[in-house]
Every structure is written in C-alpha cells, then in structure tokens.
Design a protein around this ligand. Structure first.
Ligand code: AMP
Ligand code: MG
Length: 490
C-alpha cells in the first residue's frame, strides 16, 4: 500500500464541463526507468515508498492512487499562428493536485498515458526518446534556475508505439505549478464567454498571482503579472541560449513556467536565426524571434480578458494595448539584468545595453559558441584572453570590446577574482549539448542502457560547477553541412 498523496483537486472541483474524466490505458509490462527522489521530497511525498512496484503502478497509469481524479483538460490554441479551436490533453491526464512542502499547489500529470476524447486521431501515447528528452532538459533548466515544469518519473510501458518505426512506449510524470495555458483562456472564452473567463481568471489569480486580487483593476493587474512572469522567462531562455521550438499559445503557461519540451534545443554557435525544429520551416520560433512571439502570444491572452478589464470595450482595449506595449520593455529589462550578471556587472549604467548588444555582434561575426563564450569570459579577468579569443574567427573586434568592458568594470571596482567567480555562478559550463542528449537517448532506446542518461543528468544537475573528467560534456556539436534537426514526435 502506498502512503496517500493527499490530493486536493481544485481544478476538478471548479471547472466541470471543461475537462473530461478519463482512465489511463493499461501498460502491459511497465518498468521504472527514472525517479526523482529530491522532487518527490519537495512535493511532500514518500520517495522510498514510491520508488517501488506500487509507485510504478501509479506512474504507468495502471493504478489510480487514492484521491486522484484523472482528467483530460480542454484547451485551444494558436499553432504556428493558426487558431485550433479544440486541442486539449490528447495524450496526458491530470491525476490531481498536491500542496508541496513550501505550501505551493502543484499538478501531477501523466504524459503518454493513452487516448482521451481530445486525441484527434492520435494514439495518446508517448515514446521513450521524447519522454527522456523532456526529463533531461526540464531538469537541466531547473538546475540553471529557469522556471519549468519538472519530471518526477519516467517509465516504459512494455508496448511498442508506432512512429516511423516501432519504438518503446513510455510515460512521463510531470509536475507543474499548473497546466493552465494561454490556450486554456482561449478555450474558455470561445466556449463559455466572459463569465467562464472570469471564473478561470479568478482561479488563476488565487493560484498564481494572489497579490493582484486587491488591485484597482484585478484583471488588468493579472495580465500584467502574467506578462512580467513570461517576460522574465523568455529573457532567461535568451540568456542561456535556449530555443523552445514550439511556442504555440497552448504551450505557454499562465504560471510563467517553461512547458512542453518537444523540439527544443540549446544553440551552439551564436546566431539569432537558429531553428532546430523540423516543422518550423519559416523560423517563426527561431531563437531571436522568441521575444516577439512572447508579445504575440500574450496579445491572444489579452483578447480573452477584454470584457473583464472594463465594461467599456474601447477603454478595455486601450488599457490592454498599453499593457501589451509594455511587454517588450519588460522583457528588455529582464534580459539586460541577466546580461549584466553574465558580464559581472552589479550596478546599472546607461551604456550597458549597447555594451551587451555590441558583444552579441562580436559573437555573431566571430561565430562563437554561445555557452563557451560566456563561460570563458571570466578567464579574461584572470589574465587569459586567449580562452575566449580562440572561439572567434577574427578576435580583433573582441579586443576592442574588451577594453570598453574592462573600463566599465573598473568603475565598479569589484576585485577581478570576485567578479570572475560571480560570472561563473551564472554562465553555465554544462548545458544539454545536442550530441550528448542524442547519445543518451539512443543508448536508452536502442540498447536499454540508461547509464549515459544517468551520467548526463548528474552533470546537468550542477551546470555551474566545472568538474575534471567532464570535458566532453562541454563540447559543441561538430560543425557539419547538415544542420541539427529536432522532431516533435512525442
Ligand atoms: P504539443 O505540440 O506537444 O504541444 O501537442 C499539441 C496537441 O497535440 C495537444 O493537444 C496534444 O495533446 C496533441 N497530441 C500530440 N501528440 C499526440 C498523440 N500521440 N496522441 C494524441 N494527441 C496528441
Ligand atoms: Mg503542448
């Protein structure tokens, strides 16, 4: 017998008609591949009891724990700019919500647990590669300090799932502050009108932004709070070279957590046009376009809030338009704050934005590896310019930039070594390098060998602490004529 999860399912209580109660498909021969003890503890669960046959039964969907009310949530969304009126959990089930040890409400969701009424012809299943990819990259993002959904467990189901070839079926247990998306608001607006959007907004305010309830205009304040959280999130992505790959409105959370690691990947050589996803032919979700999409997606959220923000529609649109126009400056504020710490700056100077932008030009021009470049910048302060210079095709422009940067640092007067150490605490040495991710997934999928995955996960759990013996985890993908491609294929 498992100790209880102490579920408290507020979504199921509140939104009847906007979800469908559902049962997970039976997994014929499940196996627990990965279990996140630290996260289980944070959730107030009993890790030892769950890392077991009984836990496996829950994480595979074969047993419904006491108090769980498995359901598929309905949502809509703009996918690559086109509106899809009905998406919803087509291969996922919300088991329920728990209150964690920090008194935060968290969703527990199974992803890959079989068809639901929202499967739209899909099989509702997930395959092992994408499940492990979400586990790895999500946990890496968490260690990098980026808000994200988390992975509690990964299991194989013992059945084959058919994609281009038969692949091992798998289920990810995902933890989220909530699974409410911009697309959830779009669905509620389309199906329930202003009253239903108000119920959802009240719920989201209470759950994620309780401070906004007392504002003069709570729904406008709510929109501003979501904008702030998402602007900070996308700035965080940009500061570490992360490309989400499929920033549809159904993949953008209200909480401000990164969600749905499909075709995402980290950029090697700095180039704002970088796209990895095989289905993003137009580059809509390219690295450098992410801040633009941030505003575009939040505008879709704003549209649903018009009737709530003011009884006078024109006034509501005016207020929301002003708020939308503040998103980009908000994003820039967060981005620049991130860049300042990447550059070892602890004060603000009017010239910092130019200093940061000019560095990006140097990097682009010199085709520098994004992660190594920032990591090695601290070496300049330790007297070794060549570590960075060797990453650039023509280091001349960098030398000029370095003089400006050093002058700026001198004005702050922080001792060089203290500054270098502060930089090493924000510029990671270990990110999920594409060849290492592929190697770990291939070993697990093709040879049932989880060792490369475990080792990579261990390295990624400490992204800022350089350790001897892990040099090959810092290597960019070798330059080839064939660009690295990622697939949704979940
Ligand atoms: P995503 O691109 O992963 O955000 O998924 C977009 C939509 O497609 C969501 O509604 C998913 O539930 C649905 N979906 C993706 N893969 C499957 C699948 N294998 N079976 C059923 N629905 C799926
Ligand atoms: Mg999605």
């Amino acid at each position: 017998m498992l100790p209880p999860f102490n579920f408290d399912n507020s979504f199921a209580r509140t939104f009847k008609g906007f979800f469908v109660p559902c049962k997970a498909a039976r997994a014929p021969a499940p196996k627990l591949l990965q279990f996140n003890h630290a996260l289980a503890e944070e959730l107030g669960l009993d890790p030892a009891a769950l890392d077991s046959e009984a836990g496996l039964a829950v994480f595979s969907g074969n047993a419904t724990p006491v108090g769980a009310e498995p359901l598929a949530q309905a949502y809509a969304g703009h996918q690559f700019g086109g509106y899809a009126p009905q998406l919803g959990d087509g291969r996922a089930l919300l088991l329920g919500e728990v209150i964690d040890t920090r008194q935060q409400r968290r969703d527990i969701q199974l992803k890959g647990s079989g068809p639901t009424p929202f499967s739209r012809g899909g099989d509702g299943k997930a395959t092992l590669g994408p499940v492990l990819r979400e586990y790895l990259i999500g946990e890496s993002m968490h260690a990098l300090g980026i808000p994200t959904t988390r992975a509690l467990a990964a299991v194989t189901t013992g059945e084959h799932v058919y994609r281009e070839r038969p692949l091992p079926g798998a289920v990810l247990t995902r933890i989220a502050a909530s699974h409410i998306r911009v697309g959830t608001f779009q669905f509620f607006a389309a199906r329930g009108g202003a009253d239903k959007v108000r119920e959802l907004a009240d719920y989201a305010i209470a759950r994620h932004y309780p401070g906004t309830a007392a504002a003069e205009n709570p729904y406008l304040a709510f929109f501003e709070a979501v904008s702030e959280a998402q602007a900070a999130l996308v700035a965080g992505w940009m500061n570490i070279g992360f490309i989400h790959g499929v920033m549809n409105t159904d993949n953008m959370t209200i909480s401000g957590e990164t969600i749905d690691y499909g075709p995402c990947a980290f950029m090697d050589t700095y180039n704002p046009e970088t796209v990895f996803s095989s289905i993003d032919a137009q580059g809509r979700y390219a690295y450098g376009n992410q801040p633009v999409i941030l505003s575009w997606n939040l505008t879709r959220l704003a549209e649903t809030l018009v009737p709530l923000v003011d009884a006078d529609k024109d006034r509501a649109i005016e207020l929301l338009t002003d708020a939308i126009q503040r998103i980009h400056p908000l994003y820039e504020k967060h981005w620049l704050a991130g860049m300042r710490s990447k550059l070892g700056l602890s004060t603000e100077d009017l010239g910092d934005l130019d200093l940061a932008h000019d560095l990006l030009w140097v990097m682009k021009d010199g085709q520098a590896d994004f992660t190594l470049f920032f990591r090695r910048l601290s070496q300049v302060l330790r007297g070794d310019d060549d570590a960075v210079r060797s990453l650039l095709e023509q280091p001349g422009a960098f030398d000029v930039w370095t003089r400006r940067w050093r002058k700026r640092l001198e004005r702050e007067g922080t001792p060089a070594e203290a500054c270098a150490q502060a930089m090493d605490r924000v510029n990671p040495i270990y990110i999920p390098r594409n060849p290492k991710v592929e190697e770990a997934l291939a070993a697990a999928v093709d040879r049932e060998d989880m060792k490369p995955f475990s080792k990579l996960l261990a390295v990624l759990n400490h992204p800022f602490d350089e350790a001897a013996g892990n040099e090959d985890y810092t290597e960019p993908a070798p330059a080839t004529d064939i660009p690295y491609r990622t697939f949704c294929g979940t």
